[in-house]
Design a binder for this molecule. Structure first.
Ligand code: ZN
Length: 185
């Protein structure tokens, strides 16, 4: 049995690894297996060096592979890129578990702690002791710190955790089926 993973999951994975550009590269690769890097760059209107950096990164993770050939006229090396869809499941499972653990930790610490914050995005939120040490002033801008109501953040985290748990459960089921199928051979 060939395990088919949702294309969106693969794109999401690329996004986690390399940001929005990596997600765009992955999307194109899934649509055009065997595409060469120059064509990717021109289609995505990206710098060829950025495209190669992303390809290299994804290749190191083992979720892409390439075929090397030579242009008959110019003798230039040509790399044709493919997504390793069959090997991606295991990779996603391990990494999603890691992401899930991190999110859960964050969720716990949001639930169990009261943070103090100046209200400016990007400025640190401090725990009570740290805030007291700084006399309830933001270490970056000096504005007064007030208790940060993290209800929205907690809700968002809880939602994300449940989404990932659902996805993992689905994939684990699929993987078991695949192993049983392989065992029969
Ligand atoms: Zn501040």
């Amino acid at each position: 049995m060939l395990l088919i993973i949702e294309k969106n999951t693969i794109i999401e994975l690329a996004r986690l690894v390399g940001g929005e550009d990596a997600a765009r590269v992955m999307k194109l690769l899934l649509r055009k297996p065997g595409i060469v890097d120059e064509e990717m760059a021109s289609r995505l209107k990206m710098d060829i060096r950025d495209v190669r950096k992303i390809l290299h990164k994804l290749n190191e993770m083992g979720i892409l592979h390439y075929e090397l050939s030579r242009d008959k006229e110019t003798e230039h090396r040509i790399f044709k890129w493919y997504v390793q869809e069959e090997q991606i499941t295991g990779f996603i499972l391990t990494n999603m578990k890691k992401i899930l653990d991190r999110l859960k930790e964050k969720l716990e610490s949001e639930k169990n702690n009261q943070y103090y914050w100046c209200g400016t995005l990007g400025h640190p939120r401090l725990l009570f002791d740290e805030a007291m040490d700084r006399l309830f002033r933001c270490p970056v801008c000096g504005k007064p710190l007030s208790p940060h109501d993290s209800e929205e953040l907690v809700k968002a985290l809880e939602w994300k955790v449940s989404e990932i748990e659902k996805a993992l459960e689905e994939m684990t089921k699929l993987k078991k089926v695949e192993e049983i199928e392989q065992g029969k051979k």
